[in-house]
Design a protein around this ligand. Structure first.
Ligand code: G6P
Length: 605
């Protein structure tokens, strides 16, 4: 959702900026643009549509400059038009600004600026920024002072990068939206996310809210709002550029589905102790969670389904655990009593609703723990503790490998919590540890043998697609349906199998295939639901390890998963459903990595 890229110090700025925009495409966008500064001053090109369309326009305009800023826009204020695309400028055309986030008080600022004679050329909230900078410059401020003063007037969330007047510098800041600084050899980059500049450098500074950065060809400074220098460490990321590209696969999503064995190996690495049959989390030594009395899991989208999965595991182990859609956390006002642990699950660590839920939880006195994929993301700073899922960069908008890694990490965490709270490992701990150690290999077996493409082809012309499951298979059913609808644009819904008779069954016809997920727990009850839908003529696709038994006998198709512990089986079943969704979308020729209207990272509420 909106991507920022900027560079200074490179021989030419257009190539790194364009490659940065291409690499930020996964965030979701509907227009793109860039502004570069060269001998002829500031030049700017922006276009509705794909980055490739912007690239042609940039070539046509012969854009040339030694430093610049770029942006992919996901519309929030104002329609999808060339005028509303970023960068935005003032009337003089000498200031250019890119922005990610929402400026809450833009309307009053705009009214004030218009009264002072400023003429706006877009409907965006962002455009107030270059005009505010221009006002300060007019009052005699230096470019840096003008930038700081403009930012000081803003409320809301923002990451901003600006080129101002004749200064050979990029000015940037963040508050509530991500921004990272890349440090090359005499070259400096700014971006919403590391993959934007990974071909140029792997040295990164994760900026904090309130940091101001000034980058020139000679270096960079980071200071706080009052101008006091702040010290931020330079970290080296271990992503090779190939990890952030398709590496021979047609789509990022397919590549990421296939990366799951490796991602899972990293998630569990050093965290399982097969000898003791226990969990070893370096971050959380034994006893850390002894005081926990209840758990709230807050998250959105796929991460919410991982949270539901974990809540189901914890509840079954007598730890009261409740999943909340983070965006609803404020409204549902759950009681935060002493001993409440709030686990915020977020791949990106930047989802606005999830960050808001964390702030509310902290204000209510809860202890907070971030479960995320992104080192240094906002959520890691807002929470008391963090547990990284280590899945590696995920670019496809539809989350795949991160769900598997989230559920795996949450399963480990659940075991640690149960052990701390009750004083003993859960009854099945050793079996679960064993199942998790086999998980990467089991996922590989599915990837090697899945018949999901045939299933997708056979039911290609259906009216709708339903997914049912019980216990941990319920969130897997929801996730299966989410993946399917996100990328195929077909109507897909997930239900608790028990819910079927209470409404959804009215929708079931011979043209609505039903995917039924079996984990080995409560299979009999789910099988009776299967019989109910079959009696209405619906084809049934069973996702199960029961290849020859009763389930296979009743199903029209079986998507097979290796035998494992029921608590882990949901992760395997989900891989089959990821593949079904992928093949269905591919058969329909959908833009799989960038589904319409969706963004990888939703940084507005
Ligand atoms: C968006 C993405 C989903 C993701 C959700 C939560 O909706 O399209 O794939 O699950 O945000 O994102 P997070 O980064 O917090 O896991």
């Amino acid at each position: 959702m909106c991507g920022i890229t900027a560079c200074i110090g490179t021989a030419d700025s257009v190539d790194p900026l364009m490659s940065g925009l291409k690499r930020l495409e996964y965030r979701g966008y509907d227009s793109a643009g860039l502004a570069v500064k060269g001998q002829d001053g500031l030049s700017l090109t922006k276009r509705v549509g794909e980055v490739s369309e912007l690239a042609s326009a940039v070539e046509q305009d012969s854009l040339d400059g030694t430093f610049g800023i770029g942006h992919t826009r996901w519309a929030t204020h104002g329609g999808v038009t060339n005028e509303n695309a970023h960068p935005h400028t003032d009337e003089s055309g000498n200031i250019a600004v890119v922005h990610n986030g929402i400026i809450g008080n833009f309307q009053s600022l705009r009214t004030e600026l218009e009264a002072n004679g400023h003429v706006f050329s877009s409907e965006t909230d962002t455009e107030v920024v270059p005009h505010l900078i221009e006002e300060s410059l007019r009052d005699g401020a230096t470019p840096e002072e003008a930038f700081r003063s403009a930012v000081g007037r803003l409320s809301g969330t923002y990451a901003l990068a600006a080129i101002i007047g004749d200064e050979d510098a990029i000015f940037a800041t963040r508050s509530g939206s991500p921004l990272v600084l890349g440090i090359g050899d005499g070259e400096y980059f700014l971006a919403s996310d590391v993959p934007a500049f990974i071909p140029y450098t792997d040295r990164v500074v994760y900026l904090h809210d309130g940091d101001f950065v000034v980058t020139t060809r000679d270096g960079y400074t980071i200071s706080d709002a009052a101008g006091r220098p702040v010290d931020r460490s330079v970290e080296t990321v271990d992503w090779d550029p190939e990890t952030a590209t398709k590496g021979g696969y047609e789509h990022f999503m397919y590549k990421e589905i296939h990366e799951q064995p490796g991602a899972l190996r990293r998630t569990i690495h050093g965290r399982l102790n097969p000898l003791s049959g226990g969990v070893e989390l370096e971050e959380f030594p034994s006893g850390t969670f002894a005081d926990v009395r209840q758990i709230h899991l807050v998250a959105m989208g796929t991460s919410h389904h991982a949270g539901m999965y974990a809540a189901s595991l914890l509840s079954a182990l007598d730890i009261p655990a409740f999943p909340f859609m983070a965006g609803e956390y404020a409204v549902t006002v759950p009681p935060v009593t002493p001993g409440t642990l709030v686990i915020a699950v977020s791949q990106s660590g930047e989802t606005a609703d999830t960050l808001d839920a964390v702030r509310r939880a902290r204000a209510a006195g809860a202890k907070t723990l971030a479960l995320t994929n992104v080192v240094g993301s906002s959520i890691t700073r807002e929470c008391d503790d963090e547990l990284l899922i280590r899945a590696g960069p995920e670019i496809g908008v539809a989350a795949t490998k991160t769900f598997s890694s989230q559920v795996t990490a949450l399963t480990l965490l659940a075991e640690r919590i149960v052990e701390d709270v009750t004083g003993t490992a859960s009854t099945d701990a050793a079996e679960i540890i064993d199942a998790l150690s086999r998980l990467p290999g089991d996922v590989q077996e599915i990837l090697d043998t899945s018949t999901s493409r045939d299933v997708a082809a056979e039911y290609q012309d259906s009216d709708a697609y339903f997914f049912i499951g019980r216990g941990v298979a319920h969130p897997v059913a929801l996730e299966g349906a989410l993946k399917f609808k996100e990328i195929s644009y077909e109507h897909a819904e997930g239900f608790a199998a028990s819910e079927l008779k209470h409404g959804p069954l009215a929708l079931v016809t011979p043209f609505t295939p039903v995917f039924a997920i079996f984990t080995g727990k409560e299979d009999e009850a789910t099988l009776s639901n299967v019989k109910e839908v079959q009696a209405r003529g619906a084809p049934v696709i069973a996702v199960t390890s029961d290849r020859d038994g009763e389930i296979a006998e009743f199903a029209d198709h079986v998507l097979s998963i290796p035998e494992t512990h029921p608590d882990v089986a949901g992760i395997l079943a989900n891989v089959q459903l990821q593949l079904v969704a992928y093949h269905a979308a591919k058969l329909l020729d959908r833009p799989i990595d960038k589904p319409r209207n969706l963004a990888k990272c939703v940084t507005v509420e």
